[in-house]
Design a protein around this ligand. Structure first.
Ligand SMILES: O=C[C@H](O)[C@H](O)[C@H](O)COP(=O)(O)O
Length: 242
């Protein structure tokens, strides 16, 4: 499946979902402290966050010490608004990262990487003091389910890994681009999406993937998120903290 097919909203129209994403994004932009080091994630919800951040910058001047981001898409949007984007290697730790998620469960663990940015996202996430996710209510689940788990793999390992995942019952499928060719990540790798749902014991699966040769990174983000802003269709924003 392509990233767009993966992300098609369930139970609401795209416009309804976009309105919710926008509300969560605005609230997250209000959390950014002037003078801080900010991490900015990736995705359609983060796109609204960058718009809201730019509006704050324009109205009050945030004087951010540095901004790092997790994709060239977000970097381009930030630079379009006049922000300077630093490399992760050039900052110590970010004070806060605001990012989207594809699913978030009752423990604030999540699946990320629907847009293919999981590797840099996880690298930035582990180097931030506070991780905040912004989501609409359709992404909130009790147990991680309903969205394939992205696994970024080295091209030389891909076919062996595919067979291995198939044998393990993880229902692998290559991520594709609109023309049907394999999706290539920022780092030149492939993504294999694991369709098994719900995910069997996420911590066990994460451990297995962490120790599988050829796996670059996976989209299970466990014990990383500190706070989730959930936009509900009744107009409320729920703030869930770990
Ligand atoms: O690789 C992409 C990221 O993990 C995104 O943050 C995630 O897919 C959520 O994106 P969106 O806000 O577009 O649903």
């Amino acid at each position: 499946m392509t990233p767009d097919e993966l992300k098609a909203p369930k139970g609401m129209t795209k416009q309804q979902q976009d309105e919710l994403k926008q509300e969560a994004a605005k609230q997250a932009a209000a959390m950014v402290q002037p003078g801080s080091v900010l991490g900015v994630g990736t995705g359609s919800t983060v796109k609204f966050f960058i718009d809201a951040l730019a509006a704050r910058e324009q109205s009050e001047g945030l004087h951010l010490k540095a901004i790092v981001t997790t994709s060239s898409r977000s970097q381009k949007q930030l630079e379009g608004y006049g922000f300077t984007v630093s490399e992760l290697a050039d900052i110590g730790q970010a004070d806060l990262i605001v990012d989207g998620a594809d699913r978030v469960d009752a423990n604030l663990d999540g699946i990320k990487g629907g847009g293919g940015a999981l590797t840099l996202e996880k690298n930035v996430a582990v180097n931030c003091k506070k991780n905040v996710w912004i989501v609409d209510e359709s992404k909130v689940v009790t147990h991680l389910s309903g969205f394939p788990l992205p696994v970024e793999v080295l091209p030389i390992s891909a076919s062996h890994l595919f067979t291995k995942f198939e044998a393990a019952g993880l229902e692998p499928a290559y991520r594709t681009q609109a023309d049907g060719s394999k999706y290539i990540t920022h780092y030149g790798n492939y993504i294999i999406d694991l369709g098994v749902s719900p995910l069997p014991i996420p911590a066990g699966l994460a451990d297995y993937l962490d120790h599988t040769v050829g796996v670059v990174e996976h989209g299970l983000f466990l014990n990383l998120c500190d706070e989730v802003l959930i936009a509900h269709s009744d107009g409320t924003i729920e703030d869930r903290k770990r």
